[in-house]
Write a protein of this length. Sequence first.
Length: 365
Amino acid sequence: MHHYGANVFQMKYSQADVSRAVLDGLKAAVILVGADRRVIFMNPAAEGLLDTSTQRGFGRDVLDLLPMGMTLQGALIAAEEGATTTLREEALQGPMQAEGVTVDCTVSPIDYGTDGPCMIVELSPVDQLARMTRETTLHESQGAFSQVARALAHEIKNPLGGIRGAAQLLDAELSDKDLREYTRIITHETDRLNGLVDRLTGGYGASQRESFNLHSVLEHVRKLTQVETPEGLEFDRDYDPSIPDILGDHAQMTQAVLNVVRNAVQAMEGRGCIRLRTRVRRQCTIHHARHRLAVEASITDNGPGIDPSLKERIFFPMVTGRPDGTGLGLALTQEIISRHGGLIACTSQPGETAFTLLLPVGAKT
Ligand SMILES: Nc1ncnc2c1ncn2[C@@H]1O[C@H](COP(=O)(O)OP(=O)(O)OP(=O)(O)O)[C@@H](O)[C@H]1O
Ligand SMILES: [Mg+2]
């Protein structure tokens, strides 16, 4: 094979040309914004999307060019303060846009230029059809889920009563305080499950609305999992202590997170590392609603990854890759997260599978 010398190679591909080619070839629209929020550069995808040219757009206020109003303004302010914001499924409509386009938009600060903060605005159009199909199937899958939940609730409540009764009898017989810790866990967990089943079948109105911190949920799940799988499992915690409390149902949220963590433990066959990470997110869009503040939590395992043939469907009920699985865990998790007004997403490759929750805090803006 023929190799260029490093210098020849560098000459053949000048960095400026390469950067240019990358920007030209990108499907995402990229806009560089300089001091006073004025447009400095647009790549061809941005010119196409906004139906203008860099020449015509140059020096204009990005807010005029991108009719997204307050949401974009919020993201620009955040970028000026050094934070990156992603706005999901924003409608783009205005004089330059004949028909509405929906985009995901990320605004990040960059280090460029000297007179004032610079930002990059990235826009990727969301395929309308794909989005509608996604939302419809989601909706249908949740309807199917309610029916399954009702049938299962019946099957779950009877044995739970038996387990709780037996644990109490056992507790009365035990003199060792350490052992009674275990019966206490059994009773506590059966109560929690019982309450959960009641709420699941009792409809939306029955959920509790209390204020709690997501760390208490994560810590509860972590301790519980460590009791269940004492050896070979490691937890790596990366908590942002400043995350605000959220409003919702603590027991349901615990179940939602537990389902995800249990899947991770099962995928890793009890050996591996689970990373729990929390962050504050500002100015984000969840289910078309703008939120000033949200909490993001991710649960990442270093197991084998999700079977590619299941990847698109894991949140649907009855989809399972395990011989003894019911395929309800993630469907239930998704249901609970969406009742809390939040989102759950997943990325997976061998050695790194991450489930990310985004939960709104307080009132919508
Ligand atoms: N962290 C993970 N790593 C690898 N595969 C996963 C992971 N999480 C979920 N999966 C895959 O997704 C499938 C669906 O998960 P889900 O929790 O919905 O059902 P289940 O675990 O099979 O059954 P259940 O939770 O009802 O007992 C799992 O069977 C598994 O194949
Ligand atoms: Mg599961």
